[in-house]
Each structure stands twice: as structure tokens, then as C-alpha cells.
Design a protein around this ligand. Structure first.
Ligand SMILES: [Fe+2]
Length: 614
């Protein structure tokens, strides 16, 4: 029995197909349309998932949508009434879209699905089911996890009403325990600081987390005293006088601005110490809330393991602290923790809860298949595409490929690595990655300035052989989805000289802090991806070849895209990105494309803009 899961119309639309409880395919629409965070109906993702599963619409038993539009509408109306007449402007902005499209969601979804298919009528469409937003998050966190029983915490901005929810997952059921409702939201608190420090809400949160290590937590008390009434059990209420997201089109109010000494930072202006201190402060508060909530659910359920989802679960610094300081034996975090993952949750909830199918959780591996759930291309496909592009290349056998690319990495070359099925979720995990030598002190700035065309305060993330993770980091668990931050081990750290200590803010990033400087943040932390032979054998073998050559089992991994663009999906996307940047070598499965062999006329600089701090 096949179920199509869909999340759409908010941000990061996505689709997936689950067959007999097994996740067959999942992808975000942005990868196909090349429009970052595309919120439109995921027509391309739906078509891809059906193709991958080898089925058509008429083979589907259900279509499951990740939230309930009527409940969301109720929240919108009640919020407006609670603040009226303030908020009329944002209310009037939102209403036409709701009345025209979202309330008629069932018809809209049916229309969109039928538009992409021929030979099927509306009457033949499978039934459409709607799960609640947090139920979708909870299902995406628990059902693919390796646990038969676990506590589940969902933390996000907002769906319908819930912003925080706690569940007990047992076998094929999820029991709701309690929830915190809009407007009180840890995700929206973080987004308010994201907005205030000049970054984009819903995507810049990651930057605030990366900025935090440069700051001092000097606003923490002020946040507790004024913005957030945090109880010992981790539940909280926010003082809405400081926020404007209920009634206005901004995140923060004038009172918020006054409390922190001025208006939000202009995105084009320079970052100041105050921005860094604000980032550090909201990060600390977020971690504290996460820890307290996790302890409370532990006391209530006695569960040994914890599952997480919702946008806040992408806060890998907070997750790292939960792992080290929390009461749980194990953590499992849905890699597509944001709303894209809701598609997976909706489909799995339909299978396990609605259809009451038994669960066969495996205690050693999860059911996300390393998140490699997207399209792949054969060597023959790729050769055809490269010939069509008139791009010279060499096809190598597997062993020569790993040895050749390991050598290139050791020579400080930057490599575009395109292998197997594309990742589902926001992170590149060695299927669509740009990689380099983590030992190189210049790799950080080379990759930022010549590839990503940005100046950055964030270090890159390390990919490390699972068996070697404890040799490099103070952590010895699986982290296949780059969702845990841990410190570089003491013995690898380099102490700062007194002169370096005087450097200000982001200048510190250029001071090597360990023997793998390209992946070490200023506070010695690293955002770790453990690489597993079972889920990504080719990436694992490349890392093994690099270790054999250099003695180092870690490389730099950043997503295969340039600033402002979604991660590449097809070989054509990869080749275009390769030609637009100073990536030295492009590897498409077994085909190796060297920049020096490409025709000069193919180099495309047209899109390049000025350097931006990212
Ligand atoms: Fe959400």
C-alpha cells in the first residue's frame, strides 16, 4: 500500500512516498524549481517520488497533507480578534490568500495533482487526509527512529496552534501529552532575534547560532526579566508587548527595540559586538528551555530515549547540550526537522496510526536511509549530459576514483562531489557536497571567498568516519545528519597566542584553533556529520582513501550550491555551479571533470555579486 505525503504553502514544500511503511522517496520542491525554500505546490517532487516508487497516482491508497488548514484559519481569526483593531493591515494582507486558496485546500491539492497527470479523473483520486501540524512533526521524529518507545518533543515557530508539544511514542502509536500554544513560541522567540540581528526569518536562524560563539550572554537576564517567563519545568509564556508578529508584519515591537538599545540591524550593515551578544544570549536561553522541557518529559514518561523534530530541532548546538547534559540515553532527530519533514510525518502517521499497521523498528539503524531519498543519475546518464555540454571528462573505476580524489583533496583542491541519491532535508551529507581538506588553514577562506562568494563567520562542518569520531571530537555517537555539535578533543586544540586573543569578533575565525582548523569554530565546537559505510558507502570509501593517504579521517563538507541558491539536484545544476565558481574538480559518479580542461568560454561569471557577510 502506497501513501503520498505532502507539505506545502508555508515554506520548504516537499513530497514523499511511503510503501508498506517504508520510506521510498522524499524531496523538497526547491531542488527542482531552483527557487530557495519554494513554498508552492510540490508538483515536481510529487512526480519524482511516484517515478522513484514506480507507481502512478491510481496506485496510491491515500494522500496525506501535513497540517489542518481550518485550524490554522481559526488561529489567524482569533489572533486578529485578540489584537483588533491593531493588526488590521496584516489581517487584510493574509485574508485574500486564505479565502481564495487555503480554505479550499482540498480542491486546490486535487487540482494541482491532476494538473501533473494525464488519464485520471478527480473521482479516481485517492482519499485526501489531513494530519495536525505537530502530529506530523511528532510522527516524523518517532516512526523513523530506531526506538520502540521514546519521549518526543516538537519545537517550532507555529503550525495551527501548537508551538511546542510533548508526546509518548510506543510501537505504532503517539500519545499526545501536552502542548504550548501560539503566540508563546520558542521558535518565534529565536526568529525575533534573527530578525532583530538583521537576518532572514525562517532561514537565518542558523546564522544566529553560528554567530553566538563570538558573543557574551549579557542579555540573558534581560530576556528572562522582560520577554520570557520561564518556569522550572521549561514551559513558558512570552510578554507579547515586545513582539509584533501577532498583529503586525514585523517580528519585534518598538518596546523590544528600546530594551536592546535601537532598531533592528540593517541587513547590509556591519555586525557589531551587540549583535553577537544578542545571538549568544538567545542561544543560551533556547538551550535552557530545551534542557528543562526534555527533563520534564523524562520525569513524566520515564522514557530512556528522546526524539526531536520541528525547526528548533535544527539547533544542533542545543541538541549537543541535550545529548551531554540531558537525562536521556539516546537522541534521534529527524534530519528534515523543519516543515519539509512534515510530509514524511503525515505519510507515516497515516500508515501506523490511521491504518494501525505494526511497527518494526530496528534498534540499530533508523528508517531515513541516511536521508539519501532523492533522485540519482547513472554513469551513462551523466556521460550523455557531459557530452551534450561539450565538457571534457574522464571516467574512472571506483578504486582509481577514490585514490585520485583523495590526492586532490590532500593538495588543497576543492572538489564538487555528486554521488547517489540527493539528500532530503536542509543539509548536504556527501551526496551533493563541496569538499576540501580540513587540515588546511587556508581552506576556510578559499571555500568561502572563491566558492561561496561570501565572507563568513561560520566555519564549515566536518564529515568524519564514524569509527574515528571520538579521535577528533568529544563525542562517540552516530550523528549522520549533522545535527549535533560537540567540541574538538582537547589534544587537538591549539591555544591562542596573547596577540590573537586581542582580535575582535569574526577575525578570530582565521586563527587556527585545532589541527583541523577549517571545521573548528572559535569556541572549539564543530557541527559533526559521522559517515557510515551502510548508508553512504562511496563517501565512506573516499574518506577512508583520504585517511590512508594523509592519516586524517576528517574532511570539510559544505553544501553544493552558491549563496542564495538551493543545493544542486541534477548533473546539469552541478556543472553550472562548478563553472560559476572556482571549484577545481567536479566528480559526477565515476566521471571526473577538471576545471583546467573546460573551455574558457564556458566559464560563467555573470551572476557574481559583491561579497556579502553570511
Ligand atoms: Fe512546523
Amino acid at each position: 500500500m502506497a501513501i503520498l505525503g505532502i507539505s506545502a504553502y508555508y515554506h520548504d514544500s516537499a513530497a514523499c512516498v511511503v510503501r508498506d511503511g517504508v520510506l521510498i522517496a522524499a524531496a523538497q520542491e526547491e531542488r527542482f524549481t531552483r527557487k530557495k525554500h519554494d513554498a508552492g505546490f510540490p508538483s515536481n517532487a510529487v512526480q519524482y517520488c511516484l517515478r522513484e516508487a514506480g507507481i502512478t497516482l491510481s496506485d496510491l491508497r491515500y494522500i496525506a497533507f501535513y497540517d489542518k488548514p481550518l485550524l490554522k484559519f481559526e488561529r489567524l481569526i482569533e489572533t486578529y480578534l485578540g489584537f483588533a483593531p491593531r493588526g488590521i493591515h496584516s489581517f487584510l494582507t493574509a485574508m485574500p490568500v486564505w479565502l481564495k486558496e487555503k480554505l479550499l485546500l482540498k480542491e486546490l491539492i486535487q487540482k494541482e495533482i491532476l494538473a501533473g497527470t494525464q488519464g485520471i479523473s478527480k473521482r479516481e483520486l485517492p482519499p485526501l487526509l489531513f494530519t495536525e501540524h505537530h502530529q506530523s512533526h511528532a510522527a516524523s521524529a518517532f516512526f523513523p527512529s530506531p526506538f520502540r518507545s521514546a519521549a518526543v518533543l516538537c519545537l517550532d515557530g507555529v503550525g495551527e496552534w501548537a508551538t511546542t508539544s510533548a508526546w509518548l511514542g510506543q510501537e505504532n502509536s503517539l500519545e499526545p501529552l501536552w502542548e504550548i500554544r501560539f503566540p508563546h513560541s520558542l521558535g518565534l522567540l529565536y526568529s525575533a532575534f534573527t530578525y532583530y540581528t538583521g537576518f532572514k526569518v525562517n532561514s537565518g536562524e542558523y546564522k544566529v547560532m553560528g554567530l553566538a560563539p563570538y558573543g557574551k550572554p549579557r542579555f540573558v537576564q534581560s530576556i528572562y526579566d522582560n520577554l520570557l517567563d520561564l518556569k522550572p519545568d521549561g514551559t513558558f509564556r512570552m510578554n507579547m508587548e515586545y513582539f509584533d508578529y501577532c498583529a503586525g508584519l514585523r517580528m519585534t515591537s518598538g518596546r523590544f527595540d528600546a530594551l536592546f538599545g535601537g532598531p533592528p540591524r540593517d541587513p547590509e550593515s556591519k555586525l557589531t559586538q551587540r549583535d553577537m551578544d544578542l545571538a549568544r544570549s538567545v542561544q543560551e536561553v533556547t538551550e535552557e528551555v530545551m534542557l528543562r522541557l526534555a527533563r520534564t518529559v523524562h520525569q513524566e514518561t520515564g522514557a530512556k530515549d528522546l526524539c526531536l523534530a520541528g525547526g528548533v530541532a535544527l539547533n544542533c548546538v542545543g541538541n549537543g547540550r541535550l545529548l551531554r547534559e540531558g537525562p536521556y540515553d539516546r537522541l534521534w532527530i529527524q534530519p528534515a526537522a523543519g516543515d519539509a519533514g512534515g510530509a514524511v510525518g503525515a505519510a507515516l502517521s497515516t500508515w501506523f496510526e490511521f491504518q494501525n499497521q505494526p511497527r518494526t523498528a530496528c534498534e540499530t539503524t533508523d528508517a531515513m536511509r541516511g536521508a539519501y531519498l532523492g533522485p540519482s543519475y547513472s554513469n551513462d546518464d551523466i556521460e550523455g549530459i557531459l557530452r551534450g555540454l561539450d565538457a571534457p571528462y574522464t571516467r574512472l573505476d571506483d578504486e582509481s576514483l577514490y585514490a585520485c580524489i583523495a590526492r586532490e583533496l590532500a593538495q588543497e583542491k576543492v572538489v564538487g562531489w555528486f554521488q547517489g541519491r540527493m539528500e532530503f532535508g536542509p543539509r548536504a551529507l556527501g551526496a551533493r557536497s563541496i569538499i576540501g581538506d580540513a587540515r588546511s588553514p587556508r581552506m576556510q577562506s578559499v571555500m568561502n571567498l572563491k566558492i561561496k562568494y561570501r565572507e563568513s563567520f561560520r566555519p564549515f562542518a566536518p564529515s568524519v568516519l564514524r569509527e574515528r569520531v571520538a579521535d577528533y571530537f568529544d563525542m562517540d555517537v552516530d550523528s549522520p545528519y549533522m545535527l549535533l555539535v560537540a567540541p574538538v578533543t582537547e589534544k587537538r586544540r591549539i591555544d591562542m597566542s596573547d596577540a590573537d586573543r586581542d582580535r575582535w569578533g569574526i577575525e578570530l575565525l582565521n586563527v587556527p584553533r585545532s589541527d583541523i582548523p577549517a571545521v573548528t569554530h572559535v569556541d572549539y565546537s564543530a557541527r559533526i556529520q559521522t559517515v557510515h559505510e551502510a548508508t553512504n558507502p562511496r563517501y565512506y570509501r573516499l574518506l577512508s582513501a583520504f585517511e590512508k593517504l594523509t592519516g586524517c579521517g576528517v574532511i570539510v563538507n559544505t553544501s553544493f550550491n552558491v549563496r542564495g541558491e538551493p543545493i544542486v539536484c541534477s548533473p546539469q545544476d552541478a556543472y553550472r555551479c562548478f563553472m560559476r565558481t572556482e571549484i577545481d574538480t567536479l566528480v559526477l559518479e565515476n566521471c571526473v571533470v577538471a576545471k583546467k580542461d573546460q573551455k574558457i568560454g564556458q566559464k560563467d561569471d555573470s551572476w557574481r555579486t559583491e561579497f556579502v557577510l553570511d
